[in-house]
Every structure is written in C-alpha cells, then in structure tokens.
Design a protein around this ligand. Sequence first.
Ligand SMILES: Nc1ncnc2c1ncn2[C@@H]1O[C@H](COP(=O)(O)OP(=O)(O)OP(=O)(O)O)[C@@H](O)[C@H]1O
Length: 299
Amino acid sequence: MALQLEHVTKRFGAVTAVNDVTLTIPEGNLFGFLGANGAGKTTTFRMILGLLEPTEGTITWNSEKIDYSKSHLIGYLPEERGLYPKLKVKEQLIYLGRLRSLDKATIMKEMEAWLERFNVPEYAEKRVEELSKGNQQKIQFIAAVLHKPKLLILDEPFSGLDPVNVELLKEAVIDLKNNGTTIVFSSHRMEHVEELCEHLCIMHHGRPIVYGSLKEVKRSFGKKNIIIHADMPLDELAEFPGVVKMKRTAEGVHLQIENEDVSQKILSHIATKGFIRKFALEEPSLNDIFIEKVGAAYE
Ligand SMILES: Nc1ncnc2c1ncn2[C@@H]1O[C@H](COP(=O)(O)OP(=O)(O)OP(=O)(O)O)[C@@H](O)[C@H]1O
C-alpha cells in the first residue's frame, strides 16, 4: 500500500523538470519534499495529481493507476493560493465540497469543526477578500481536507503563516496523519521537515539526491556536530584532525566533525585547558545535509 513513482520524467521542451524519479511513499506516511526553487517539486506534485502527464514513467497508488474520477481520494493545497475573493468562506467551501460529492450538512459540520479548530469560527460569513493572506491559506487548507482525502498533497503549506498559525497547521497535519492520511508536502524550511517527516527526499535539478527515512538519512551522512561552550580560546580547533568546519558563536564554537570518534579526541584535548560549560555531540541537521549535498547555502 503506497504511492509509487517509477522512473518518472517530465520535460518541458529542452527543460527536464523532473528526471527519472523513483520513489515509494508508504501509505499513512508523512513525506517531505525539500529542494531549492526550480528543483522539480511542484511539477512532481502536478503529475501525482494528474494535472500533468509524465513524459516517461508511471505513478501508481496501491499498485494501480490513480483514478482521478474518484475525487475523494486526493486533496491538494496548491502553491498558487487561489480562492474566489468575492465569495463568503461558507459559500466557497460548500461549492468546493459539492464538487467532491459531499452533501451540504456534512460540509457545514466539517467546516464548523475546522474553523473552530483554527480559532476563526466567525470567518464562515466573511468574504475571502476580507481575510489576510495567512487566514485565506487556512481556508484553502480546509478546502483541501474537507472531504477527508486518503492522499493529501500540500505545496509549501507553511509559507506566509505566522508562528502561531504554523503550529496550528502542524498539529492539524499530524492529526490527519495519525488518522491514516498519506501526506506529501514540500517546504523550503528544513526545520519543518525535520520536525514532521518520517521520510523525505531532497530534490536537486529534478532528481532526488537524498531519499529515505529521516533517521537513515542522518545516520548515513556520517558527520556529526559538536557544540562547545568553554572559557578558553577554541580557534585552534579549526585545524584539529577530523574537524570539517568551525563556526564561532557567542559562547564558544560549533564544529562539524567527520565522525563520532573525533569528539572524544577533542574533548580529551581541551579538558585540561580550562572550564568547559557545555560539550554536546549532536546529529547533523537537515540543513547541514542539504548544504553539503546541494552545495549551496539555502536559507
Ligand atoms: N509549464 C512549464 N513550462 C516550462 N517549464 C516549466 C513548467 N513548469 C515548470 N517548469 C520548469 O521546471 C523546473 C521545475 O519547476 P518546479 O516548479 O517543479 O520547481 P519547484 O521545485 O516546485 O520550485 P519552487 O520551490 O520554486 O516552487 C523549473 O526549471 C521550471 O522553470
């Protein structure tokens, strides 16, 4: 039971937007797509949604071609947000819900529950154009999930939201996942993927250059980080064997090291030189992995 992409390629004339992508997204998974602008995320989503035909390759859901006439299967929050500005939120959601074959009573019930959850019950009677961008986004998210889709595709769901709304949306996404929804989302923000996803891929020039479970991706990267806060000069550690990178911080240094063994050597080396307030060995962050793999600073 899974969403499967096999050797999927999409070309627009001379541009190869998606290049021979093979991915499996298990049912019930929360899967993150990372990638710089133009990496091919939205194009991949549009192919999954049936809005674009792959130039080559196949996309299946539970081993069958996706039947797009079953409109209840998929929910989609597009990157280009778009609601009808003049319509009231209620009218909008009724219209979109009817397109998904929901009856009005069900739509109203779901709508009220979601507006309540997002702390905006009064929005039902407001016209979309009266709402801020972030609040419109919440309405569009509701439109994407009103019919309880099995597969939910969210293109940059957190962009443009303030921190409080990011948290509200994250919780909603986690609840949907816990109820069995398969969720695929893209983000430019590493920490969102790091926090939410069990599996991820990093797209680069149309190809997944990193793909797997978050744990495995971090483990196989090999390098680790050390955070040191200490009352002593630490600059010399930049030259210490096994240290890949060093960044000075207000209280000490952050080091990237080749592997775990280096940390013990550094600790022994500095132990007699002064007072160490903090010495912590940490997993690499997705940002570290992204920067190395994509070869460019990102945020
Ligand atoms: N309809 C189209 N016609 C021609 N080229 C396209 C079309 N759609 C996408 N592309 C190109 O395909 C590549 C991938 O674009 P895509 O929108 O999938 O990237 P993305 O990873 O979603 O980027 P972003 O983070 O900026 O949304 C880009 O080079 C883009 O210019």
